[in-house]
Design a protein around this ligand. Structure first.
Ligand code: ATP
Ligand code: MG
Length: 139
């Protein structure tokens, strides 16, 4: 059953390239409510833990070093069928394959520097949101 929350990060490339405002506007204009948000930087240890599921993949080291290379915005978003709806809004992992008008189509530069993260299931949305925010920080 679909729940109504997902978790996102605006990644270091999009922050560095000045896209925080435009990405948040797209998120809000598409009907998502922000229920938690912070501007932060991941340590290598925390990024490694967050991406633990990808530990055996060849790009894991690059992914962790990229995600610790600069500041990010982490947020929990609420909308009906949030996980699927948000993945539609962000587009394919590789921006070359991302549909026109999606966040990655507009703001990502490569498969590594792909502008945003979006949870891939309700279960992971909950785990990832709780990884970044205490229950008191979730409105
Ligand atoms: P995210 O989890 O960031 O929302 P995703 O679910 O579309 O992206 P995953 O398969 O979960 O993609 O991969 C996590 C991240 O690892 C991707 O966003 C991308 O930055 C990086 N990544 C995935 N596949 C590759 C690859 N083949 N080469 C380099 N980096 C990759
Ligand atoms: Mg993923």
């Amino acid at each position: 059953m679909a729940t109504n929350r997902t978790f996102t990060m605006i990644k270091p490339d999009a922050v560095e390239n000045g896209h925080i405002g435009n990405i948040l506007k797209m998120i809000i204009d598409n009907g998502f409510k922000i229920v938690a948000m912070k501007y932060t930087k991941l340590s290598e240890e925390r990024a490694g833990a967050f991406y633990e599921v990808h530990k055996e993949r060849p790009f894991y080291g690059d992914l962790v070093s990229f995600m610790t290379s600069g500041t990010i915005v982490a947020a929990i978003l609420e909308k009906e069928d949030a996980v699927a709806s948000f993945r539609t809004l962000i587009g394919a992992t590789n921006p070359a394959d991302a549909d026109e008008g999606t966040i990655r189509n507009l703001y990502a530069t490569s498969i590594d520097a792909n502008a945003v993260h979006g949870s891939d299931s309700d279960e992971n949305a909950e785990i990832e949101g709780n990884f970044h925010f205490s229950s008191e920080e979730q409105f």
